[in-house]
Design a protein around this ligand. Sequence first.
Ligand code: PMP
Length: 355
Amino acid sequence: MTEPILPRIRPEIAALPPYRQGKQAGADAFKLSSNENPFEPLPSVVEALQHTTPVNRYPDATAGALRARLGEKYGVASDAVHVAAGSVSILHQLVLGTSSVGDEVVYAWRSFEAYPSLPLVAGATGVQVPLAPGARHDLDAMADAITDRTRVVIVCTPNNPTGPIVTSAEFAAFLERVPQDVLVILDEAYAEFVTDPEAVDGLEERIFETHPNVVVLRTFSKAYGLAGLRVGYAIGHPRVLDAARTTGIPLSVTSAAENAAIASLDAEDELMERVAVIVERRDRLVTGLRELGWKVPDSQSNFVWLRTKERTDEIAEAFVAAGLIVRPFSGDGIRISVGEEESLPRVLEVAAAVR
Ligand code: PMP
């Protein structure tokens, strides 16, 4: 059969591999590839899913109840809050709202896998700034990379997939060097796992108020355990967030997702106790791996980074064979999410065997 003629796709899009999810885990395997929360949903959250808008009706397009609730939590007006179907959607919305052909989007590399596609989809150009030793953001080099074409700089703290944070002092010094008309997205998807008191916290420090060019991103996917429902939010200047509201696909946040997020805020104390358990496991995992001789960067998140370089694929296979689904980044390293308690000795066992 001859190949059918297909509609023309933009060449830069056709060249991109479509998003691929980490492998799904089999029955007795642990899924440690997507930085998910290993705990079962709270009964109150499951209960909230029953009380949604009837499914023949559209949800509230603005997720107004959740925005009001987040506004209360952070002491901001609800138009300084934007909610979308995952914080990755907000990244897309903000880049589309600020950047197009000829514009530049600066981000650290290696960092969150979604970043390279953001400028590409917008027709803009991505500028990758290598991480500094210790797998940390090199904010001086990122500031140096800003040109008069730069529209956005993305700062990921703690950095996915390597783990370290940006400190408050580093971020303050960096902002001094960023022109006021350049958007800075502070991606704090893993903020709730941070225990280092020096880490920047865009919400607690209210940086979005002193610097209206800063938008802080958070998500319900990790600490709150709602990855499957897709809810993320941004706090920032209402007129900047309007750009995201305009470029976003309307009605993407379902009523079920909104209700579950509100129920999670109601149960925050209990959820943060779970976060403390994950943090304790993380610290044990980092210590254990270092004792085995692995040079693991400081992790302030719910995952750890193994610098496996050219042995990455082979070592990832050893983990999978032991029932541990991890996330390999070929030629570079392996990210292992902090999961169930029983997964810890298994991770350490494999890490010892392949060392
Ligand atoms: N930012 C970072 C740094 C992430 O690691 C992730 C998820 N892996 C996201 C944003 C997106 O999360 P979500 O869309 O589930 O809110």
